[in-house]
Design a protein around this ligand. Sequence first.
Ligand code: GLU
Length: 357
Amino acid sequence: MKKTILVLMMFTLILSLFSSESVENETNERVNLVVLTTGGTIAGKGTSETGSAYIAGKVSGNDLIEAVPELGHIAQITVEEISNVPSQDMSIDIWLKLAKRINELLNQDHCDGIVITHGTDTMEETAYFLNLTVHSNKPVVLTGSMRPSTSISADGDINLYNAVAVAASKASFGRGVLIVMNDAIYAARDATKFNTTNVDTFKNLNGGPVGYAHYGCISFYSSTEKAHTVDSVFDTSDLLQLPRIEIIYGYADSGSLFVNAAIEAGVDGLIFAGVGDGNGTIETLEALTSAAKKDITVVISSRTGSGMVYRNSEYDFDTYRFISANNLNAQKARILLMLSLTKTKDSHTIQQYFDHY
Ligand code: GLU
């Protein structure tokens, strides 16, 4: 009798183990994900439990995964290192390598999605670049941490857990590249880092997150309206470099110094992060027009960080030969202009790209 009870108890235990896995992995199938590491705080160690300073490259990709054994309940994970840099050192070379590798992986049947670990400083730029250069409906999710793993209340493990859950979820298909940080899911185009140190540092300043991830439980509430991934015309697979675009910042009493320096340096395009809805002093705007007359493409964004730049609102974009960044911030406008100039120099077409992507 005792033996029967013991066998029954073991049977119940085994059953409960299986059912908890099926709760975590809603598909009930084995999902294969690849985690691509690029560096950042999530892969760093600090010297103190109460400081944000960290030494990059101290935690390998495999160590990151092994630190969260619960990931194994959600997906079968393999890890590859793409780079090992703090994200202020993210480069066009790494972006091109990343896009190429992701397209290769997602073309394979046995890869169901990608998670990228990344520093938060430039995560939004990498995410938007991939949003326009990865041509797949499978999930691509970026995550990172604001606190090193050695810190009190480190945020890396839970962010990684949520990012893996989002990448493993069928609900994430066709949504473009996503950023998962601090329990929120953002569309790559719309997310921006807006606080220097807070763990709640990502926001969509023109709207909100597209969903939430709570201990691996995923809820989507909206999606981005702009084209991405499979609907993008941009292809960087054969490119080794991208056009050179610099950003000029607007402020009271600004002059022509930096615009002239950029013209002199031979840039292909300029983003002007103007004051308000894209305004600048007469001197700066005239310098930008002389750049446009020299075949340098000029896109007007705003330093405010949110809201539309409407063409011809406070001055005539047609006369100045300027393009509006729509509501992209300056750093994202730079990425779209880099990609646009790989296709065309026609300002009408480039304006259409800015309104479409
Ligand atoms: N400088 C760091 C980076 O972006 C900031 C902290 C972080 O990793 O999020 O790599």
